[in-house]
Ligand binder design. Structure first.
Ligand code: 71H
Length: 402
């Protein structure tokens, strides 16, 4: 378990009754295909390995670009700091669930990628959800990859003759890195285009899960040991929600608007800037805004309040002592003073913060997906009834701005 043994650092294990498995899926192989990490309830396993938190070094390179720090220096720092952390899930473990699982599509934030929210996704899977954490190809991720067909010349001078006819033989891995705003480029057109693509990618991931659920998994381009046919009839496709952090929170709103199969949404510290004004009247599903104390500002909150409705449940809570990074896994990765210095931690204990967020999320999902679980025990959290929660927001928004 790498660092986590030496000290208390590392991603907290999930608290739900099920063990958690995870695996990766990409179909089709192009940048227009669907790419996600799947977290699911699994059989206990002694043998399965826990995967590395950051899958490969290109992600660290992308992160360095995103943070505008030197690649070679940062790669050594990131590897030293985070290189040996494991995800609290078993790679390719066998799926196991009594009854159909409700489904969640998760959307990451700007500069993140599919593996960085495992404390949230693994917790939801341990509580019986199947969670697809999408990796977006809108150039908002620090890094992501896809494949292209080999050209004739590449095929011609490939070292080993094409023996095994595996899908990957004819394919070349391509990396896509975070797109920085060009000097003088206005931000809204880019972010608005990206949020629409992100919503489409969430819908495409749902379509792939629907095919997998009907026993037609198709061709997963990634060579994993997971047997996708075991997921036939595993999903309750009447109980689907979309969840996301920051830019992923805006993606939640856009996806709800585009796809009514998403019955409700949970937006974690949403960044509302990328959204068109006219979308607010078009979203009909319940939405739960779970905000950090330090990230929000009046303009952002007033856009959330445009979604207030007398007939559709719209809820908002703020977790005291949290920062924007209290939701991604980085908040568990460093000691207190580095964490606070780098704004990866707030004043509140990171595990308490994510526990409150996860329990409030589960209660909201039970209410709006009609689950027969015991998550309603956490209903008070939806109304901010806890010492560490504020109902609504700590930000004062001028009446005129609403
Ligand atoms: C100067 C760069 N400038 C870019 C526009 C601002 C950079 N920034 C603040 C950061 C992310 C930070 C970060 C990460 C990771 C370490 C590490 F050291 F732990 F690796 C440190 C420090 C740097 C905190 C944000 O963008 C905040 N943010 C995020 S952060 C999502 C994320 C990204 C990378 C991760 F590894 C984990 C989570 N997602 C959003 O959707 C939005 C925003 C702002 C508006 C919309």
């Amino acid at each position: 378990m790498g660092n986590a043994c030496s000290n208390h650092l590392g991603i907290p294990p999930a608290k739900g009754p099920s063990a958690v498995g995870c695996t990766d899926f990409m179909m089709d192989h192009t940048g227009q295909g669907s790419f996600f990490r799947l977290y699911y309830p699994c059989q206990e396993s002694e043998t399965a390995e826990k995967p590395d938190w950051v899958p490969c070094r290109e992600y660290f390179n992308g992160l360095a670009d995103f943070m505008k720090i030197n690649r070679s220096l940062s790669e050594r720092i990131f590897n030293h700091l985070f290189g040996s952390f494991k995800i609290p899930a078993y790679m390719d473990a066998s799926f196991k669930s009594n009854g159909k699982c409700p489904v969640i599509i998760f959307s990451h934030g700007l500069g993140a990628f599919r593996t960085l929210y495992s404390a949230i996704c693994a917790e939801l899977a341990s509580q019986g959800f199947i969670v697809a954490s999408v990796e977006h190809r809108d150039q908002s991720a620090s890094a992501t990859f896809y494949y292209r067909e080999k050209t004739e010349s590449e095929k011609a001078n490939q070292s080993v003759p094409k023996t095994s006819d595996s899908a990957q033989d004819n394919l070349v891995k391509e990396w896509m890195y975070y797109r920085t705003l060009k000097h003088g480029e206005s931000e809204f057109p880019l972010r608005n285009k990206q949020v629409k693509q992100r919503a489409d990618e969430c819908i495409l991931a749902l379509d792939r899960l629907t095919e997998i659920n009907s026993g037609r998994p198709g061709q997963n381009v990634l060579q994993t040991q997971f047997d996708w046919t075991t997921l036939e009839n595993s999903m309750d496709l009447c109980r689907i929600a979309v969840v996301g952090h920051s830019f992923g929170g805006a993606t939640v709103i856009e996806a709800l608007c585009k796809e009514v199969k998403f019955k409700c949404g949970v937006a974690l510290d949403a960044w509302m800037f990328p959204l068109d004004d006219e979308i607010f009247a078009r979203v009909k599903q319940p939405i739960f805004f779970i905000n950090s104390e330090k990230f929000q500002w009046a303009g952002n909150i007033s856009r959330m309040k445009k979604l207030d409705s007398a007939v559709i449940q719209r809820k908002m809570i703020t977790i005291r002592g949290t920062v924007h990074q209290s939701f991604p896994d980085f908040t568990f990765m460093t000691g207190n003073w580095i964490g606070k210095l780098m704004k990866l931690k707030g004043e509140i204990d990171p595990e308490l913060a994510i526990d409150l967020s996860n329990k409030a999320t589960l209660a909201f999902l039970q209410r709006h997906l009609g689950l027969e679980k015991s998550f309603n025990q956490w209903d008070p959290l939806i109304d901010g009834l806890d010492d560490n929660l504020i109902q609504g927001t700590n930000i004062t928004v001028l009446q005129s701005a609403i």
